[in-house]
Design a protein around this ligand. Structure first.
Ligand code: AMP
Ligand code: ZN
Length: 459
């Protein structure tokens, strides 16, 4: 089986063939750390985490996801909070790391910060000026779009659309309105670095080109991000890197995730419907949020709603329930191969809906199997497969006792179960039934067995 990936550059799905199978390189545009991450920001982090897991099965991967810590949005956030810029970026980088970890996103191999790479950016801008692809004007340096015949190849826009899409400022120092900023002057109150063009700061696009070159090389295998980045950000990265490297291709595969909407509406501050990862983590387990993010194919839009999240929780109840009921599969599950159909779905351009369906088939087959050894074998395959999606790795009992979003705390549940046991012992069945109803109303399912009463939360 081969790994098939859809490439935005060619608009086709094709077999992924890395430049060097001994060192596969992937760069994903990371967060601009000026605020809490919203659930849309988590989508690329989770999607490319799954791709990284898949690639690591076959290759040695170097995965870089940057942190943009110099940006006008950050300057504005620092000013509004009356705090130094470094405080804002340190705080939100840390929050981003914690939130993504709670969603089961592994830390990338490299997490470069833009402000640690200004030297590389200045060097790349110098090269672009020397080769005629950029020019300095009034403290700015601009990329000369007309000097790169390949401009527009990624977003497939014509000249007119390029201009409309870029919402470019018509500035007197620009040769052409489509030219974009590589370097701009800073006032004393803004972050700035000394450069041949005076004290200033980099434009956003050059940051990613410089960090990619520094950590992954001239031509990389995969470049990813949300599809809002195709233009202008990725188009501009492609132009800068290609021209700075004498025409060498920048990225072989470009992958873009679709957008996440909330209740069929685009998230926006003005509508007040921006869902922060932090808030959601207070209401549901990170694993349920992760599954919800993987429930649609990554290139499709994802319509987020409370129902999608509740459904994901119920799905995990089913899968964890299978693992719990069967038991005894833990022995050496880590040497077990994932299910072939499941892997084939993921290798077909990360078809996570099909891969999830394969997990439910496995779960059903495991439950139906009569032979205990066969049940354990299937449960182990279920666990090994889910691992590739970053699911079912938690403690089983802990999953069923996760109190987030539930109205009864663990201690309260235990207390009620004990009270019900005592009521039954004294044959007060009315009271026992009343307690059982209270537990059901609180979303708690109980099962009486030989070893006593077990309980779990309903999705
Ligand atoms: P930002 O911090 O705004 O640069 O965004 C970080 C990443 O999140 C980028 O890859 C964006 O494309 C992606 N992104 C932002 N909003 C959404 C959304 N609503 N749905 C999916 N991806 C998004
Ligand atoms: Zn980028």
């Amino acid at each position: 089986m081969s790994l098939q990936l859809y490439n935005t550059l060619t608009r086709t799905k094709s077999e992924f063939v890395p430049g060097d199978p001994g060192r596969v390189t992937m760069y994903v545009c990371g967060p601009t750390v000026h605020n809490f991450a919203h659930i849309g920001n988590a989508r690329p982090a989770v999607v490319f985490d799954v791709l990284a897991r898949l690639l690591r099965r076959r290759y040695r991967l170097v995965y870089a996801r940057n942190i943009t810590d110099v940006d006008d949005k950050i300057n504005a956030a620092a000013k509004a909070a009356g705090l130094p810029i470094g405080d804002i970026t340190a705080k939100f980088s840390q929050i981003y790391r914690e939130d993504m970890a709670a969603l089961g996103v592994a830390t990338p191999d490299v997490e470069p910060r833009a402000t640690d790479h200004v030297g590389e950016m200045i060097a790349m801008i110098g090269k672009l000026i020397a080769s005629g692809h950029a020019y300095a004007a009034e403290g700015h340096v601009l990329f000369r779009v007309g000097a790169f015949a390949g401009y527009g190849q990624l977003s497939r826009r014509g000249q007119r659309e390029l201009l409309a899409g870029a919402r470019v400022e018509v500035a007197p120092y620009k040769e052409s309105p489509g030219d974009f900023v590589l370097w701009k002057p800073s006032t004393p109150d803004l972050p700035g670095w000394d450069s041949p063009w005076g004290r200033g700061r980099p434009g956003w696009h050059i940051e990613c080109s410089a960090m990619t070159e520094r950590h992954l090389g001239t031509t990389i295998d995969i470049h990813g991000g949300g599809n809002d980045l195709i233009f202008p950000h990725h188009e501009n990265e492609l132009a800068q890197s290609t021209c700075a490297h004498g025409g060498a291709p920048f990225a072989r595969w470009w992958l873009h995730n679709g957008f996440l909407n909330v209740d069929s509406t685009k998230m926006s501050k003005s509508l007040g419907n921006v869902l922060l990862v932090r808030e959601l983590l207070g209401k549901a387990p990170g694993e349920a949020i992760r599954l919800a993010l993987l429930s649609a194919h990554y290139r499709q839009p994802l319509d987020w709603s409370e129902e999608v999240l509740a459904e994901s929780r119920r799905k995990l109840d089913r899968l964890y329930g299978t693992l719990r009921d069967i038991g005894g599969w833990q022995g050496d599950w880590s040497s077990v191969d994932p299910d072939a159909g499941f892997v084939a779905a993921l290798e077909d351009d990360l078809n996570t809906p099909r891969a999830l369906a394969a997990l439910f088939d496995l779960s059903r087959d495991a439950n139906r199997a009569a032979d205990p050894a066969e049940r354990r074998r299937l449960a182990a395959i279920l666990r090994a497969s889910a691992e590739m999606l970053g699911l079912l790795g938690g403690d089983i009992e802990a999953w069923f006792k996760d109190t987030k979003g539930g109205s009864l705390g663990n201690d309260e549940v235990e207390r009620l179960i004990e009270a019900r046991r005592a009521a039954r012992e004294r044959r007060d069945f009315a009271e026992a039934d009343r307690i059982r109803q209270a537990l059901t109303d609180g979303g708690i399912l109980i099962e009486d067995g030989a070893g006593g009463t077990r309980w779990r939360r309903q999705g």
